[in-house]
Ligand binder design. Sequence first.
Ligand SMILES: [Zn+2]
Length: 497
Amino acid sequence: MARIAVGGFQHETNTFAPVKADYAAFEEAGGWPGLSRGGEMFDAVEGVHLPVTGAIETLDRHGHALVPLLWCSATPSAHVTEDAFERITGMLLADLEKALPVDGVYLDLHGAMVCEHLEDGEGELLRRVRDLVGDDLPVAVSLDLHANLTEAMVRHASVIDIFRTYPHVDMGETGGRTANHLCALIESGERWAAAMRRTDFLIPLNWGCTLTEPAKSIYAQLPGMIGGPVTALSFACGFHLADIADIGPAVLAYARDRAAADAAADRLLAMVNESEAAFAGRVWDPDEAVAEALARVADAKGPIVIADSQDNPGGGGAGDTTGMLEALVEGGARGAVLGLLADGEAAAAAHAAGAGAGIELALGGKSGAPDGKPYAARYKVLALGDGRFTATGPMWLGSRMRLGPMALLETSGVRVVVTTKAMQAADQAMFRHLGIEPAEQSIMVLKSSVHFRNDFQDIADRILVAAAPGPVYADPGRLEYHHMRPGVRRVPRAGSR
Ligand SMILES: [Zn+2]
């Protein structure tokens, strides 16, 4: 039986977003649990679809003794404040120091954390962990598919494994796989050679979805490339909204000998490079998307789903821009429903007025998001909710949502699901909470980039990706990067290589 320290510290940083993640952002619970420490950590993450949960289950099954450190996560946003990083890292290291001696460490990280004072949050955290535990102790790390891998992460971790799905439905599985690597390193005493390779182009968020090509085929082939001396192999699509030197996709191989690690990484990189031109797709203007949806709605076999991709709270959006709402009303899309629009003041006003009341509101547009402005109109309050429900879709299955007071408002025949707390619209339960059955809708606008596909793809007649105001810029070609290393193409090059 080995003694293993377990913790996690997750943030996906959109350096183009307006609001930073401070300590309070990690303390409070959202879709996921708030900061928890010590024995409370196991209770907080139990039954929640998270990498750390999969790791704990696997390590338990191996019969190891687990020592909890801390686990926390904040909604994707701009930089993590220096205060938040230093306090949380300080707590995690203090807990780890107290736990020593241990036989191994497992950490649940994201891999795109940018702090006010340093570009590579995870690389720095792992450097400090390594300083504490010494060069030889196995440290295993799981990362999000949207990790921007860095040399420091690879140098200081013994093994890193990465999600293989976007939408992320294999978080627990990835945690479990990473835990198995950790057990193998502890039990065998082996230390594996790592080989990392980067692409020289970015993959825009929308086109790295693993339900569609080319990512679907690449990830489908990946498991078959592991075996023999090759012990682990990953492909990270990168996060194009974190403007750092090490931005972008990368592959990472581990093997019992260096030549095998190099060969596996080279082979996987070649597959990704061959698919460069296919990592692209159409992004619609809001008016065009509404017109297209209205033209198809009569023959549709389910809702036409429009992704309000750039205001996705899962990528750093505030969830309160109104460009798509305006396009729906002006396009005459009666019967359409939009969600989730975060506006605590509007939700409170609706609760004060009561169901059935009419209220004048300047809805949304309060967060300071780029080009964000309120949409002023008279709204009817159709339904109210307390924002407490359990997610039912594959991504957040079992998560206890706490979105604060919610309201279903209607103006000009267009309905808006308003929440107090911003949350990506990627789960049908968010709509059922206010009495809306998604499958029965004609047009649904979802503030999400890709994650909604998991729970909505099967009921949708068609999916359109639209670019209304928000900082989750769908087109890296339109962004100004200041820290990206030279020689990286901001959008995949058209045509084959
Ligand atoms: Zn991700």
